[in-house]
Design a protein around this ligand. Structure first.
Ligand code: ATP
Length: 250
């Protein structure tokens, strides 16, 4: 479990997260939702160590993340950011970057690193792209390559910031299914999602944020009954025979 207590974090002198406390449960799919700019990415960046917290604590399986090295952290937590560069590099080499936490310098890839890459490419259905240059791929193909890189990292916790961006609807569903599958294979997946219908359909645990604070943490049914999503986004959420609808409030 990742246990976050009274977390303050942000950029320069400005704290964006203001006292966030929540738990990311093992082998569950946690979805984080909230309006633009409310701090979802800042939360993931702080957990993964991209930015330093101002105060509060983050424990992973009872270990204080402040006490472990960036490499050890990366072995435990893979993070896919929302904004990604487009490097001039072959797909297979980019996915190998996911293995960096396991290699000392100068990096010599081992058979198990190449196997992890093969597995990740296969899992994302992009074996055919392995020798292509990342810069020559479509937005959706590139997105899958980055997710493969996160998978190749082999961490127990996967933090994915808007992973469905650029994916067509069928690949979005495939990715959500894959996230579920990973949770049944001893992984814990956290995804920032903007599509509320998908988020409600898939989440085991739902986190709702607003203005740098946690508004809700719990089950999909409970967030639905709370009407907090409706309030925050000014929408109407409905559940009809196991199907979630999100409509503009009239
Ligand atoms: N590198 C940065 N330097 C300074 N401020 C930043 C930086 N990145 C984000 N912010 C600010 O932090 C706030 C929260 O941003 P964050 O990206 O965490 O929000 P978000 O909930 O993920 O938003 P979105 O849904 O639009 O992706 C915003 O006001 C943003 O302008």
């Amino acid at each position: 479990m990742i246990a976050i207590k009274d977390l303050y974090s942000g950029y320069g002198d400005d704290d964006i997260l203001k006292g966030v406390s929540l738990n990311i449960l093992n082998n569950k799919l946690t979805v984080i939702a909230g309006p633009n700019g409310c701090g979802k990415s800042t939360l993931l960046k702080t957990i993964s160590g991209i930015i330093k917290k101002t105060s509060g604590s983050i424990f992973i399986d009872d270990i204080d993340l402040s006490n472990i090295s960036p490499l050890d952290r990366a072995k435990r937590i893979a993070y896919l950011s929302q904004n990604r560069s487009v490097p001039d590099i072959a797909v297979k080499n980019l996915v190998l970057h996911g293995r960096f936490p396991y290699l000392s310098y100068p990096r010599r890839y081992r058979a198990e690193d190449r196997e992890a890459v093969d597995m990740a490419l296969e899992r994302m259905g992009i074996e055919g792209l392995r020798d292509k240059m990342v810069s020559e791929l479509s937005g959706g193909e590139r997105q899958k390559v980055y997710i493969a890189m996160a998978l190749a990292q082999g961490s127990d916790y996967l933090l994915l910031d808007e992973p469905t961006t650029f994916l067509d609807i069928s690949h979005q569903f495939q990715l959500l299914d894959l996230a579920k599958e990973l949770c049944s294979e001893n992984k814990s997946v956290v995804m920032v999602l903007h599509n509320l219908e998908s988020a409600l359909s898939i989440a085991d645990s739902f986190i709702l944020m607003d203005k740098g604070r946690l508004l809700f943490e719990g089950s999909v049914d409970d967030v639905y009954s709370s009407k907090l999503i409706d309030k925050v986004f000014n929408v109407e959420i409905k559940k009809e025979s196991d199907h979630w609808w999100c409509k503009k409030k009239l």
